[in-house]
Design a protein around this ligand. Sequence first.
Ligand code: HEM
Length: 169
Amino acid sequence: MSQTETFSGGSKAFHWVAAVLVLLMLYGGFNLSRETATWHFGFGLIVLTVMVFWLGWRMSKPRPALPPMPRWQEISAKSVHHLLMLCVTLQPIFGLMMVTTSKREPVAFGVIPLKIAQNDTINGIGNFLHGVNGRLLLALVLIHIAAALYHHFVLKDNVLKRMLPFAKG
Ligand code: HEM
C-alpha cells in the first residue's frame, strides 16, 4: 500500500454508495414485508455488483496508509475493514441462495424472476447464513462508525475527513 494522503474519488464513491445501500438494506432486511421484498432483492443484487467492482478497484489502486497508532488498533482497524468487505459481499450471495431455491416465485424490482429450482436444504442454509451474517454486518457497521467518530472528535486526526466526498485529506 502506498503512502498517498487522501482516498481517490473512485474509492470515496464506492465507499459512500456501498455505505448508503448497506444501511438501507439492513433496515429493509430487518423490516421486510411483501411489498418491500422485491426492492430488497433488486438493491441487494446492485450491492453485489458494486462490491465486485470495488474489490477489483481496491486491489489495483494505492490507498493512504493508516496514521500512526498502537499495534492493536492497527490490527483491529484492518480486521474490521476486511470483514466488512467480506460480509457485505457474502450477504447478497446468501440472499441469492434463498431466492433461487424458494418455494415461492421471488422477483427483483417487480420484474426480474430469481427462482431457479426449489431446494429446501439450500434455502434453509441460505436463510441461516443470511440471518447470522446480517447481524454480524450490523455489529461491524456500528463499530466502524464509532471508530470513525472517535478518530474525528477525540483523536482529532484526518481519518474521517480523508474519506469525506468533498474534503481534502
Ligand atoms: C448487502 C446486501 C443485503 C443486506 C445487508 C441484507 C440484509 C438482510 C437482513 C438484515 C435480513 C433480516 C434477516 C433476519 O431477520 O433474520 C434480510 C432478510 C432477507 N433477505 Fe437480505 N440482505 C441483502 C441482500 C439480499 C439479496 C441480494 C437477497 C436476494 C436476492 C436477499 C434476500 C433476503 C430474504 C429472502 C430475506 C428474508 C429471510 C427470511 O424470510 O427469513 N437479501 N436481509
